[in-house]
Design a protein around this ligand. Structure first.
Ligand SMILES: [Zn+2]
Length: 242
């Protein structure tokens, strides 16, 4: 595609700017580290972009603070009383030290019990939870693929999970390979489904152009709501779940 990427420094803020054949300037702040990106029509000059960024300065800062909060959320000590998220719900961690293999279970709908041998440190406890998260996310995927492959009319050759810093998912269209971010397991199932559908649509259309949006509107008409829900801080949706 006909795009040009540059970086603008505005006050202490680095803004990555992509110019492409679009009609309107679009400004976004992206998780996990609050990177600011502007997509601008080809003929818009730097000064106009600078003004657009300054006009939304306090909004940008607010978004960045939210992502920092989310980042703190991911560096937990893994001790009793902490909140942890699974499929969009908040659980209170209960750390139990007992001999034998580590074990995780959900108790009475609000408690995530993590049983580990005495002396297991925080990093090892985090790794145990991550492995469990990965298994849980992995278990959801076959049914989703089965549902969506015939609808979208594509075949995913490989579907993998990894920790990613800046994206919920990626797609290599040539290899028909999709990666999903492990962090998705903390989000409501419909958000996981949205990311998968988005990446699967990339097998039909690589860029986020009008054709891509038309596919999304057809397959998953409520995708904008799901996207907004996905990018909300975990703390923000704790209240409406229960
Ligand atoms: Zn995409």
């Amino acid at each position: 595609m006909n795009t040009e990427q540059t970086t603008l420094k505005i006050n202490e803020l680095e803004v990555s700017v992509v110019r492409k054949p679009i009609k309107h300037l679009h400004l976004g702040v992206y998780p996990p580290d609050g990177k600011v990106r502007v997509a601008a029509p080809v003929h818009i000059d730097d000064e106009t972009i600078r003004l657009a960024v300054i006009a939304r300065w306090s909004w940008i800062r607010k978004q960045q603070q939210r992502f920092q909060e989310q980042e703190r959320q991911s560096q937990r000590e893994m001790v009793t009383g902490e909140s942890h998220y699974f499929l969009g719900r908040r659980y209170r961690l209960d750390l139990v030290e007992q001999p034998g293999p580590p074990r995780i279970r959900i108790r009475n709908a609000h408690t995530l019990e993590l049983a580990v041998p005495p002396g297991t440190d925080a990093a090892a406890r985090r790794a145990i939870l991550d492995r469990w998260y990965r298994r849980q996310l992995r278990a959801l995927l076959p049914a989703l693929l089965q549902k969506w492959e015939p609808v979208i009319g594509v075949q995913v050759r490989e579907l993998r999970i990894k920790k990613m810093k800046t994206r919920w998912g990626t797609c290599n269209a040539e290899a028909a390979r999709i990666w999903l971010n492990l962090e998705l397991v903390k989000k409501p199932p419909q958000c996981i489904e949205y990311v998968l559908v988005h990446e699967m649509v990339h097998l039909l259309e690589r860029s986020h152009n009008e054709r891509f949006v038309a596919f999304m509107d057809r397959f998953l008409p409520q995708w904008r709501l799901l996207r907004d829900e996905l990018n909300r801080a975990p703390l923000a949706h704790a209240a409406w779940k229960y």
